[in-house]
Design a protein around this ligand. Sequence first.
Ligand code: SPD
Length: 365
Amino acid sequence: MKKMGKTLLAAALMGTLATAVQADDKVLHVYNWSDYIAPDTVANFEKQTGIKVVYDVFDSNETLEAKLLAGKSGYDVVVPSNNFLAKQIKAGVYQELDRSKLPNWKNLDPALLKAVGDASDPGNKFAFPYMWGSIGIGYNPEKVKAALGVDKIDSWDAVFKPENIAKLKSCGVSFLDAPTEMIPAALHYLGLPSDSTKKEDLKKAEDLFLSIRPSITYFHSSKYISDLANGNICVAVGYSGDLEQSKARAHEAGDKVKLSYTIPKEGAGTFYDMVAIPKDAENVEAAYKFMDYLLQPEVMAAITNAVRFPNGNKAATPFVDKSITSDPAIYPSDEVKAELYAIKAPEKTAQREITRSWTKIKSGK
Ligand code: SPD
């Protein structure tokens, strides 16, 4: 009787263990940018596959990179920008993709694949493009008119000239808290190579930011979406789709606040965010299922319709709302595209220098 009890107990324990393992197998950990997925994307995947998704968000490449380089991030699918992806591949952070598990790969735009491949992942071995966009200026024309006396913003002068931003200070100006994107924006504005890592160039970018620092309300990489829509700030330097989401939110809330997004005439930085699997991912099978699901044209189009960033899926275009594909702020014309520059990821020493400089800029000292 006693022996039988032990056996039963062992069997029960093994059963519990098996269920736990099975349950773990059914959990997928995804780490994506904030405001970067449609409201039902994850729920629909869970319904279709029975896989539970733990979905976490970040709003800077630096945050994602710190987790990946530390190892054992616990994530199965992550979304780095292509410039960071390139150096993370070199650091051995990702696993090569098995294309046989991604039959929907065929839907990707070959031209975009080649461009991001040539720039950061030759042969597209480790990742595929999710969304892309520009870094420009979102603003509230009514408030800007009152503060600055102009009908529209079309130049970086609005935020980089101390006398202009000082006038906008009263209605609130935010910048992205993203040194590897904001320093290149300042360098580009100054007519220097946006990827310069020369000490004297970085110093000029730092001086420019310090000259306007007293007029910057805050640095943040996602809060501006609601602040602009609510009228709490009047100008935000941010990501194209996020600023378009802000515009849409203001519209849905009854148009009390009207917003615009501009890619300044001097040009702007572009980014391509990529989907990849960390080398130490625990649920690789589910990662492939989720990635292939994302590659379905209707799924990807629904994401673009919600987040207002163009995607890398050519077959998805017919399913994207016409109001989005025809909006030049979201899908820029070839003429505007020619003015966009790719943001490069600095190597280690320059990265350290940029981070140090950014801390100084943010503290204003
Ligand atoms: N809310 C989603 C924003 C996505 C921005 N990705 C930006 C990458 C910049 N290198």
